[in-house]
Design a protein around this ligand. Structure first.
Ligand SMILES: Cc1cc2nc3c(=O)[nH]c(=O)nc-3n(C[C@H](O)[C@H](O)[C@H](O)COP(=O)(O)OP(=O)(O)OC[C@H]3O[C@@H](n4cnc5c(N)ncnc54)[C@H](O)[C@@H]3O)c2cc1C
Length: 415
């Protein structure tokens, strides 16, 4: 029986597999590399996280985005220069080729318990047994669609994760729902592509992310709001530096922080791309949606009780992602029922283990346990180190047991 199976080849799955490989832990990893970033994010978008916080992690800490950019002649800065989706996805694929060459680019279609572990079924039809399984399935299964939109047919409604190429809407009228990075990215890219765009959000104001201020930040600014992998501020700093402290907090506190800290905030550079180019309908809630004469018609309610209608050729719900075990259709019903949850996300031990022994969750699904850092690639470093050490089961420092990486292969060679 295989020791560990990793499901998912995004930043978390790849970082974890590179640590397992370096520790000599027998494992297999399944999934299309960086699929979320390559197929479920809009072409032309930029990451909100700073360059230094947009890495995948292997034990030596040298296979960084900075190095990838240097080797490929791509402009890079730790702060202040947004990283494009394309560069990040390319970097992730190069990381995979170099550090996780054993990746099997196939989906896991079934997971059930069997004596001593789990039985996985692959899309190829193969099945295998593994003692322990790490679910690094990211965000793809968890796209959130507000129920008020249920009256619209698929031709008139999509989730932002379904629209990697927004240029198909050139010349059409599109309503984007949401106030976060996804919504503002979509709106900006739609306007750039020549669509007529209206953005509808419950928030009364769009809170754009603060720019880095980089070199101009005074010593006092840096003491008041130190920089972190999640942006400036002591709260963010605590989230990145002390995820185990977060885990030790009472559940109610953790759920509140995950809901409230780092709310919707588009990247600072999108402001110039939307102002004067996108019509904003802020402080508006979608009450109902219906098809009328082949178009989508939304009924909006304002905080003052007013009602308006808005018609469009298409509605894009950039309404985010919410972990929900019921949406992981490849899990057997008995596993789904056995996973203890809080607000539909799994309750996890300090080692990412769920209430099903041997079944681990990382990334977004772990945010209620380890804090907002788990929603970002930046959290993959802590996660990979801790989980690999736990799965290894030995308490020697990882450094003492690490097999050297094959440094002779450069990114350029690997790509
Ligand atoms: C619009 C948008 C902008 C974002 N911007 C940032 C940003 O700037 N910085 C940042 O750090 N984070 C950002 N994020 C969050 C981002 O999703 C995470 O940081 C990152 O992708 C998490 O990595 P992951 O490996 O957990 O998940 P993912 O990247 O989602 O990877 C999970 C992988 O698992 C695969 N998978 C799922 N199910 C199966 C299965 N059954 N079998 C095989 N494979 C499977 C998926 O296809 C996917 O490739 C953004 C998210 C969105 C939606």
């Amino acid at each position: 029986m295989l020791d560990v199976a990793v499901v998912g080849a995004g930043p978390y799955g790849l970082s974890i597999a590179s640590h397992l490989r370096a520790s000599g832990i027998a494992h297999r990893i399944f999934g299309t590399p960086m699929q979320t970033w390559r197929s479920h994010m809009p072409q032309g978008m930029f990451l909100k996280s700073d360059g230094f916080a947009s890495n995948l992690y292997e034990p030596s800490g040298t296979v960084t985005l900075a190095r990838h950019c240097a080797e490929h002649g791509v402009p890079y800065a730790d702060l202040g220069l947004p990283v494009s989706r394309e560069v990040f996805a390319d970097y992730g694929v190069a990381f995979q080729r170099r550090c996780v060459p054993n990746l099997e680019p196939v989906d896991v279609t079934g997971l059930e318990q069997e004596p001593g572990g789990f039985r996985l079924t692959l899309a190829t039809g193969e099945s295998l047994s593994a003692r322990r399984v790490v679910l690094a399935v990211g965000i793809r299964h968890f796209a959130h669609m507000p129920k008020q939109l249920a009256g619209l047919p698929p031709a008139l409604l999509s989730h932002s994760s379904q629209q990697p190429d927004l240029s198909v809407f050139a010349g059409r009228e599109v309503v984007v729902l949401g106030a976060g990075a996804s919504a503002l990215d979509c709106a900006a890219l739609l306007a750039k592509a020549g669509a007529t765009v209206r953005l509808v959000a419950r928030a009364p104001k769009i809170e754009f992310h603060e720019g880095p201020g980089g070199k101009t930040r005074s010593l006092l600014d840096r003491i008041r709001a130190p920089w972190s992998g999640l942006g400036p501020g002591w709260r963010s700093r605590l989230c990145t530096d002390a995820p185990l402290l977060f885990h030790a907090m009472p559940e109610r506190f953790r759920l509140l922080v995950v809901r409230k800290h780092l709310g919707p905030a588009p990247g600072w550079w999108t402001r110039a791309m939307v102002e004067g180019k996108v019509a904003f309908h802020l402080g508006q809630t979608v009450i109902a949606a219906a098809e009328r004469d082949g178009r989508a018609e939304l009924t909006l309610g304002g905080a003052d009780g007013t009602r308006t209608t808005l018609a469009a050729d298409h509605v894009i719900a950039a309404t985010g992602y919410r972990p929900d075990m019921a949406k992981l259709g490849f899990l057997s019903p008995s596993i789904r029922e056995a996973i203890r949850t809080a607000e539909d996300a799994p309750v996890l031990s300090r080692n990412f283990e769920s209430s099903v022994p041997g079944l681990y969750f990382v990334g977004l699904a772990a945010a209620n346990s380890f804090g907002p850092v788990s929603r970002f690639a930046f959290g993959a470093g802590f996660t990979a180190r801790r989980l690999a050490r736990h799965l290894d089961g030995r308490w020697l420092p990882a450094l003492a047991r690490r097999r050297p990486m094959q440094e002779a292969v450069s990114f350029a060679d690997a790509a």
